[in-house]
Ligand binder design. Structure first.
Ligand code: EPZ
Length: 430
């Protein structure tokens, strides 16, 4: 098992550069199955979720050239009409994008139901509703999703999502780009990575409009051609470093970001007393005094992101007063609170609400990462705590944070990655 060893109590100072958006990359890579040519993709985050998806595509016959850790060329022209490896597929939630991609490319798909961080039930009924709206017949059997287009191919349709779903919005978009006719997705999710996927598809010749609003129109085209695309910076990675400075103290310039994507996070940190300064493609966060309490309710974009919930909880644990977090996206996403309480936090969880009473100091101890963002929260807590914190199960963290050790060391943190001689466990991530 691999661990992070953190000696806390040192403020963070310096500059950190944000990598490409994980949740855009994990949709864009499967979507290359639709492209009749070579895609050159830049600013691909060098993280294990991406490595896993590239392994899946490689085994399906994709030709992949890594020109640098963050730039690759991928051609799926010779990909066989075959199943993706179900052992790999089950390890990552984003593998469900292979359903839309295979359905759009081959007219049928058979993909193992995905894994993903454990936040309670994570159904895919809205994905299925969308595929059925464009004419596919979808069944679930033996842990697989099987989707088949009619003889005459997929046809444009209209779907109104019952739940604002990032995955369903992106998956239906992917399935619809080569359909005959126009597809309308209503009550669509509006996250930055949705817009990024639409921009990628349009760069390859698709006709997607309205991404970033709650109504997306996809006019089917006959084929997609190769081209180049650069993935947007990761909103949640940026937010994580912003929360880290607020929790630990210091003065950090976070560069290669789109500040607007973090509007809600910046506003909350300012409300809590951090100083947040926005530039064209950078944000500076400074925190010297004591943080003030605040409340958060997680919402679909542009609301406060659920993927920033564990991180802001660490800031609240160190703020003066009582803060409340209401988790409105998932059934259970507070598993990390027990770990924070072991470090001296005072958090009471009642189903979807966490009541956080600020404390003077967190104290280092051994904790584990329950999931990707909870793991990031454990790192922030360790940086803020006195003494030494050991974070276990860090495989989750490395699914979504590129070079986190060197990035934090560059900010003056004392953190190192150590391998311990026990069997590595495998972690699915959201
Ligand atoms: C994506 O998950 C992200 N993962 C998650 O990020 C993120 O938390 C989530 O969007 C919300 O922003 C990836 O992009 C790979 P949803 P996804 O469909 O698509 C319910 C991270 O840390 N729902 O927007 O699975 C669902 O149960 C990960 O990077 C249905 O009911 O999320 C949830 O309650 C963790 N039926 C809500 O909608 C469906 O068919 C939002 O889920 C689909 C979803």
């Amino acid at each position: 098992m691999t661990q992070y060893i953190i000696r806390g109590g040192k403020p963070l100072n310096g500059t950190v550069t944000i990598s490409g958006a994980k949740n855009a990359a994990v949709a864009i890579l499967p979507a290359t199955l639709l492209v009749n040519g070579t895609c050159r993709i830049e600013n691909v985050p060098d993280i294990s979720d991406v490595h896993l998806l590239l392994e899946i595509l490689d085994r399906m016959g994709a030709e992949i050239r890594r020109l640098s850790p963050n730039t690759l060329e991928i051609s799926c022209v010779h990909v066989r009409d075959s199943e993706a490896s179900d052992t790999l597929v089950r390890r990552i939630r984003a593998s469900y994008y292979l359903i839309g991609a295979q359905l759009g490319r081959f007219g049928h798909a058979r993909v193992a139901l995905p894994g993903g961080c454990n936040f309670g039930a994570r159904p895919i009924d809205q994905h299925i509703k969308g595929f059925e709206a464009i004419g596919a017949d979808v069944t679930l059997s033996n842990g697989f999703v099987c989707a088949t287009a009619p003889e005459e191919g997929l046809t444009g349709g209209r779907v109104n999502l019952d739940v604002v779903s990032v995955g369903a919005t992106m998956n239906i978009m992917i399935g619809a780009v080569l359909a005959n006719g126009t597809t309308i997705i209503e009550n669509a999710a509006k996250e930055p990575h949705i817009v990024d996927l639409a921009n990628f598809l349009n760069a390859m010749g698709a006709k997607v409009s309205g991404a970033g609003t709650d109504t997306i129109k996809v006019r089917g085209v006959r084929s997609l051609h190769g081209g180049s695309y650069s993935i947007i910076p990761d909103q949640i990675e940026a937010g994580t470093y912003m929360a880290a400075v607020a929790a630990v103290g210091g003065n950090v310039l976070i560069q290669n970001v789109i500040p607007k994507h973090m509007d809600c996070i910046s506003a909350k940190l300012r409300e809590m007393g951090a100083k947040v300064t926005e530039y064209d493609d950078a944000i500076r966060v400074q925190r010297t005094g004591i943080l003030r309490r605040a409340n958060v309710k997680t919402l679909p974009y542009p609301g406060f992101p659920t993927d920033m919930q564990p991180q802001i909880a660490v800031c609240m644990s160190l703020a003066s007063g009582v803060s409340v977090i209401t988790e409105s996206i998932y059934d259970t996403r507070f598993g990390y609170c027990a770990e924070l309480n072991r470090m001296g936090a005072a958090i009471k969880v009642e189903t979807k609400v966490a009541v956080i009473t600020g404390v003077e100091q967190l104290h280092g101890c051994t904790v584990h990462a329950c999931d990707l963002r909870a793991g990031a929260a454990m790192v922030i807590a360790g940086l803020a705590a006195d003494g030494t914190t050991v974070v276990e199960e860090i495989e989750y963290i490395e699914r979504g944070y590129e070079n986190i050790i060197s990035k934090l060391e560059g900010l003056g943190a004392s953190i190192k990655r150590v391998e311990t001689p026990s069997r590595r466990s495998v972690h699915a991530a959201g």
